[in-house]
Write a protein that binds this ligand. Sequence first.
Ligand SMILES: [Zn+2]
Length: 143
Amino acid sequence: MYCNKCGSYIPSKRTVCSNCGTPVPDPSAPAPAPVVETQPEKRPNGIAIAGLVMGILTIVFCWVPGLPVLTGLLGLIFSIAGIAKKNSRAKGAAVTGLILSIAGTILSIFVMGAILVPQVNKYMAKAEEAKSYLQTMETSGTD
Ligand SMILES: [Zn+2]
């Protein structure tokens, strides 16, 4: 018979082509099992997990001034990278991370508003008080 690969003549008793080393198919051997179409390997998506962790941190620490800006931004970046990654096992985690990052950032804005607005109002009221006080001093002084 002749080699499938290089076409060299192979004596019938040989099992391997002497020219290229290709194994000779044995006609008496059972047909090889059909190659099962395997799913592309799904690797754990570390960046998606990082996005999820950042999203959780953004929610948990939404009351800390400044921190949600950092964790929210990182969560957003990691989550989008995790979603964009192909064959990702943790795509769900990345989507969750994205939602938590956005929600946490929005929440932190409300929390900061709730803390800051009364402070600002208090300050404005004091400033107004001081202004009117100075005005009365001014008018009484010139009189
Ligand atoms: Zn050969």
